[in-house]
Design a protein around this ligand. Structure first.
Ligand SMILES: N[C@H](CCC[C@H](N)C(=O)O)C(=O)O
Length: 302
């Protein structure tokens, strides 16, 4: 099947964007995985589909598949690229659009300086909705001026790792590290991602607090591995840092792919601002692969 796509990136988190406003392509999990593969296909961290929405007050549906082919609830860097894609293709004249994902409704808008600000909705702290299984764990109370909050000493390969657990529509587990560059992201990240206490797996964040308005962050993403930036991961990390009394309400998050600005205070939605860039447009023949025909389509990450 020959398809047109647009390659985009937001702070180095990269995407294949598909315009499905005139009809769905009907791709299967293996074909999403093939498209995302950096050797067999185009190569991307996620595949984003732009679809019309029948719901009143909602402009588009935004469907997200990780590089491993699984559909997920939310993608922050992708939301900025979604807005840029919709604007540049003239799919909407509105300055800000309301977009439905599996994880909720978000509202991106293009700012005067060409970046994109997204209302990412409110963080979710209910552990059942993350989901996170805290059975048998004794939380660490982190009471401070912002009120009480708890982190969780989750055993990773027999070592307790102190995780802040929350959802931005998708699940996140954030830990504070002294030095992100020395953090065991590639060793410990997959262990946390696939930990039994996260029934739907989880994105594992490693945050170094540089100042009350500045952090460095690396994220081992669920279904994609370490990415150069993770938008929802930046949101989750800043919310956790504010709740732990370490950060103020507006924080610059320095990722390996660029800087995201996150704003949040209790009871409010999280606002994320950052870049969104079109890299190139292309066409590609997607093979008739399926999980049955190509179980070994290895998701090869560089
Ligand atoms: N890996 C994430 C989806 C993409 C999130 C990330 N690319 C972002 O910018 O938020 C998950 O499985 O929940």
């Amino acid at each position: 099947m020959r398809i047109r796509f647009t390659k985009m990136q937001g702070a180095g988190n990269d995407f294949v964007v598909l315009d499905e406003t005139q009809g769905q392509l009907g791709l299967n999990t293996a074909q999403y995985r093939w498209l995302a593969d950096r050797h067999f296909g185009v190569g991307a961290d996620q595949i984003l589909s732009v679809r019309p929405s029948p719901a009143p007050g909602i402009d588009f549906e935004y469907v997200i598949h990780n590089a491993d082919g699984a559909e997920v609830e939310q993608c922050g860097n992708g939301a900025r690229c979604f807005a840029r894609f919709v604007h540049d293709r003239g799919l909407s004249e509105k300055p800000s659009i309301r977009v439905q994902t599996l994880g909720g409704v978000i509202e991106p808008r293009i700012t005067l300086d060409g970046r994109v600000t997204v209302d990412m909705g409110a963080p979710i702290f209910d552990l059942v909705r993350v989901p996170f299984d805290a059975e048998g764990l004794t939380p660490l109370d982190q009471g401070n001026a912002h009120g009480a909050w708890q982190t969780w000493p989750v055993s990773v390969d027999g070592v307790p790792v102190n995780l802040a657990v929350l959802s931005m529509g998708n699940p996140h587990a954030v830990q504070i590290v002294a030095d992100v560059d020395a953090a065991p992201v590639r060793e410990q990240g997959p262990r946390i991602e696939q930990h039994a206490r996260f029934p739907r797996r989880v994105n594992a964040g490693f945050m170094q607090v540089v100042a009350r308005d500045r952090v460095k962050l690396r994220v081992w993403e669920r279904g994609a591995g370490e990415t150069l930036a993770c938008g929802t991961g930046a949101c989750a990390a800043v919310v956790a840092g504010i709740r732990l009394g370490l950060l103020e309400a507006r924080v610059d998050v320095h990722t390996r792919g660029g800087v995201l600005t996150i704003e949040w205070s209790e009871g409010r939605p999280v606002l994320m601002t950052g870049p969104a860039t079109t890299v190139f447009h292309g066409e590609i023949d997607v093979p008739e692969v399926s999980d049955a025909s190509h179980p070994d389509l290895v998701h090869s990450r560089a």
